[in-house]
Design a protein around this ligand. Structure first.
Ligand SMILES: [Mn+2]
Length: 425
């Protein structure tokens, strides 16, 4: 049998809208918006440089229906680059790019083979002794165990199962084509090229059962290096299995201790140092997109709480000042605390009253109706991906009409504003 290499990727989500960018503008943001494409182009570069025999894409190549045909044309161009190099590509669509989700697909070059969504199928590469088995998602939700219907392994071949699945019992994922690791191991294939779980993990070796994770992080929920796998097979055995990173933007949470900071410039200085350190240690030459999380007790707390727009602008400025496309700040979370002794005795009484009033406010029908009225328009304008996946507790409370949590969440902000104002006057 021959020696060959292949690449396994999944969850490319080309042209994904990148949650959390909508309120930002600028060149760096434009670069982040195009990151899913650039990461995929980097994967194609790698495939050509390594002279792989084929590329396997295990679902969620697209994020959903295309906004326009350019998404499809971009992909065709990348497949053209592979075809020029004599490299084939095998695709099984997943829940995001299921048959029912994408209505305007383009015809692809003959070097690209797509698994049917109607029934499992096998593509064979005779000269390499490879059999690829797979099935695409017909609809967004697949509650059936697709793997159970996959064909038996082809005797003497290197068998690859291509499947978009959440397995069963993995936290945070509904059941997408559920199956168990045991079932996959017992199938008799040599490699399971899985997709769906965005955090890469090798669940088993010999046979390999692998989630490569997504190719490019798309929000602060997808931190750290992202990439795909290069597999070398010799005489039907995996002799080398490695990970390579394709992400062009790396997401990171950056903690900044502002304890004892007495001037705003100190806070900015600490943010700048922390971003610089994170760029050094985590970005690996890529653009670092970070969320800054302030912690520690500081007399500046109220002011930070009260003017978060200014704080974000300072953080952005510090990041941009590090050099072209080194770092970008998505958000600053003010999780610092006030210094307890610094509260003026005269205003603490009224603040306690305010806190008590807010704590009981959810029982006040007139107030809750007013909150709903004032915020209905705002909530209806939120993009659906923000609505479904925000990790901001206050926004979540607004969306779910959890009035008690909305009022609770308003306190630190109001108190910060009031105290900052009292200090200034
Ligand atoms: Mn996905």
């Amino acid at each position: 049998m021959a020696m060959f290499r292949f690449i396994h990727t999944a969850d490319v989500h080309i042209d994904s809208p990148m949650v959390g960018l909508s309120q930002h503008a600028g060149e760096t943001v434009a670069r982040i918006r195009s990151a899913t494409r650039e990461a995929f182009s980097a994967l194609i570069d790698k495939a050509i440089a390594e002279s792989v025999a084929f590329v396997v894409i295990a679902g969620d190549l697209y994020d959903g229906g295309w906004r326009d045909v350019r998404t499809g044309l971009y992909f065709s161009a990348q497949m053209g680059r592979l075809a020029d190099a004599g490299i084939r590509c095998f695709i099984a669509y997943g829940n995001h790019d299921a048959e029912s989700q994408i209505t305007n697909r383009l015809n692809l070059p003959p070097t690209v083979s797509v698994f049917s969504s109607r029934k499992p199928a096998t593509f064979s590469i005779e000269e390499l002794g490879v059999a690829l088995h797979g099935q695409s998602f017909a609809t967004r939700d697949i509650t059936a165990d697709l793997a159970a219907g996959y064909p038996n392994p082809v005797a003497g071949a290197f068998n690859i199962g291509v499947l978009h699945t959440a397995l069963t019992g993995l936290p945070g994922h509904a059941n997408y084509a559920p199956c168990t690791l045991e079932e996959l191991r017992a199938k008799g294939y040599q490699y399971w090229a899985l997709g769906h779980i965005h955090h890469g993990q090798v669940l088993n070796e010999r046979p390999h059962v692998v989630f490569p994770g997504n190719l490019q992080g798309r929000s602060i929920k997808e931190t750290g290096p992202k990439g795909a796998h290069l597999v070398i097979v010799k005489d039907g055995e995996i002799t080398e299995f490695s990970t390579f990173h394709c992400d062009v933007v790396r997401w990171s949470r950056v903690s900044v201790d502002v304890a004892d900071c007495e001037r705003d410039t100190e806070v900015v200085g600490r943010m700048r140092e922390a971003i610089e350190r994170a760029v050094e240690s985590e970005a690996d030459g890529r653009l670092l997109a970070c969320r800054i999380e302030l912690s520690g007790a500081t007399p500046l707390h109220d002011g930070l709480m009260a003017d978060q727009d200014q704080l974000l602008a300072e953080a952005q400025s510090a990041a941009l000042g590090l050099g072209a496309e080194r770092a970008w700040v998505e958000h600053v979370v003010v999780a610092s605390q006030p210094e307890t002794q610094s509260d003026g005795a005269d205003d603490s009484g009224s603040l306690t009253d305010l806190q008590a009033w807010l704590a009981d406010g959810w029982q006040d029908g007139e107030l809750t109706q007013r909150i709903d009225r004032e915020l209905a328009d705002f909530c209806s304008k939120l993009p659906s991906e923000v609505r479904s996946s925000t990790d901001d507790p206050l926004l979540k409370a607004l969306i779910t009409k959890d009035h008690a949590a909305v009022l609770r969440g308003a306190y630190p902000y109001l108190a910060g504003k009031l105290k900052a104002k009292a200090r200034a006057s």
